[in-house]
Design a protein around this ligand. Structure first.
Ligand SMILES: Cc1cc2nc3c(=O)[nH]c(=O)nc-3n(C[C@H](O)[C@H](O)[C@H](O)COP(=O)(O)O)c2cc1C
Length: 233
């Protein structure tokens, strides 16, 4: 298959949540993971791990946990307003395909679970006194940036799926039942999952992606000043 360009992938790699049951060749899964590990991570620690779940019994367990987490999400979404930038059709599509996945996660041929091994601070005693004095703040800083060491890898998987004719979506509802999820996968104590990504051949077509325009979300030099500075090009 001919590879698509980077920008074509960026502009069309939308959330695909409905899949054919056909298996995904192992070599393609490895290619996705090889793209994932090109991502940046804090301190280049590469403290990630990726679980590839294909076993039907495991997928059934994960599917049931995702369903349970999604029941909570459904209640939250029912109480939410449709964001003003989404049309009725876009909102209905997100909720509709989202609900499809609640029911069918276990049938998707591959469930990828990007994880990170916890990376703690050095002991306070090993630090210069001025830094040791702000040990708690450093721990809070680490917590604040933790996800940034795995979500770039997640986005690489999304783009690599697009390039290889596969579909995927980042989901997180399983984290509402995290202890059960971790037990099902046998995750070590110091390993956390950050996403659950169904991967397969999609029933729906990719892109185009519509988003709030740059002029609405970008600021020049200080919050509130328009970008581009000279007005819409
Ligand atoms: C942090 C995060 C969590 C998400 N969790 C879920 C989820 O649990 N289930 C789901 O179906 N989609 C989930 N999504 C996917 C979003 O709904 C999707 O990215 C968004 O609607 C944009 O879709 P589009 O790229 O097709 O326009 C999540 C996305 C992000 C970034």
């Amino acid at each position: 298959m001919t590879e698509i360009g980077l920008f074509e992938a960026l502009y069309s790699a939308r959330a695909l949540r409905r899949f054919r049951p056909d298996p995904v060749p192992e070599a393609l899964i490895t290619r996705l993971l090889d793209a994932a590990i090109r991502a940046p991570s804090a301190g280049n620690a590469q403290n990630w791990a990726f679980l590839v779940v294909r076993d039907p019994a495991q997928r059934a367990r994960i599917g049931a946990i995702y369903r349970k987490g999604s029941d909570i999400a459904a209640a939250v979404y029912a109480a939410r307003e449709r964001p003003a930038h989404l049309t009725e059709a876009q909102w209905a599509r997100m909720l509709g395909t989202g609900a499809w996945l609640w029911e069918h996660m276990a049938e998707v041929p591959v469930l990828l679970v990007p994880c990170l091994r916890r990376r703690d601070m050095p002991e306070a005693a090993a630090l210069p006194p001025a830094i040791a004095a702000r040990h708690a703040e450093e721990l809070a800083y680490l917590d604040r940036i933790r996800g940034a060491s795995i979500y770039p890898a997640v986005q690489n998987i999304i783009l690599a799926c697009r390039a290889l004719g596969l579909g995927t979506v980042i989901t997180t509802n399983h984290l509402r039942c995290e202890a059960e999820f971790n037990a099902a996968l046998g995750l070590p104590e110091d390993v956390q999952s950050f996403a659950l990504m169904p991967v397969g051949y999609p029933l729906d077509r990719p892109g185009p992606l519509s988003r709030r325009p740059v002029a609405e979300v970008a600021h020049a030099d200080r919050w509130g000043a328009p970008w581009p500075p000279g007005g819409t090009p």
